[in-house]
Design a binder for this molecule. Structure first.
Ligand SMILES: CC(C)(COP(=O)(O)OP(=O)(O)OC[C@H]1O[C@@H](n2cnc3c(N)ncnc32)[C@H](O)[C@@H]1OP(=O)(O)O)[C@@H](O)C(=O)NCCC(=O)NCCS
Length: 168
């Protein structure tokens, strides 16, 4: 498989927030932003892998400030790093009040998407070609997050040796 440049996966999702997106305080519900991040990441991963993907995990999600109903949300997603069948996708979310034209960076999310075949079995993905310093920096950061995630999993497993069956 030919390596694919990061730019091939870049995807933009725009959503105008309406009252059905609100929480009880009248701001945008965090779960709405998470769902949009998942969708944007899915498009980027489908573009890179050229087929079906599933979400394996959301590794990090920041909420920098509240988002108001009536704002326009734009999500930029691209593949940061790839392994055998999985990919880390980074999503940057900005909110804009259209009448004022002021854009704020409100969220960042990192999701792991796994490419699957028609039977839902993981399938290999093309390697990633990083072409700019920013892309190389994001790839290195994604490798660090994966290393930390795997090390954390091992540490928790080791701590459970001999403990009762876990509930999660
Ligand atoms: C994700 C899934 C396909 C992995 O299947 P699996 O049988 O565990 O496969 P493997 O152990 O071979 O792992 C496949 C890849 O997924 C990665 N992976 C599996 N679980 C993961 C997790 N929780 N977080 C991050 N990566 C994970 C593995 O590291 C591996 O990556 P690599 O091939 O690049 O090294 C499977 O767990 C699944 O279908 N989960 C449900 C997904 C879903 O329904 N999502 C919501 C709707 S889209």
């Amino acid at each position: 498989m030919e390596p694919r440049p990061v730019s091939h996966s870049h995807s933009v999702l725009v959503h105008w927030l309406d009252p059905t997106d609100a929480n009880s305080a009248g701001f945008v519900h965090g779960g709405v932003v998470m769902k949009l991040c998942d969708s944007a990441a899915g498009v980027a991963a489908v573009r890179h892998s050229g087929g079906r993907v599933v979400t394996a995990g959301m590794d990090r999600m920041t909420f920098n400030e509240p988002i108001e109903i009536g704002e326009l949300l734009t999500l930029h997603a691209s593949v940061n790093a790839v392994w055998r069948t999985s990919m880390e996708v980074g999503v940057r979310v900005v909110a804009e009040r259209p009448e004022a034209g002021v854009v704020r960076h409100t969220n960042t999310a990192y999701l792991t998407m796994v490419a699957v075949d028609a039977d839902g079995r993981p399938r290999e993905v093309p390697r990633l070609a990083c072409e700019t310093d920013d892309e190389r920096r994001r790839e290195a950061a994604a490798q660090t997050r994966r290393r930390n995630r795997l090390a954390e999993r091992e540490e928790i497993r080791a701590g459970r040796q001999g403990a009762p069956e876990p509930v999660d």
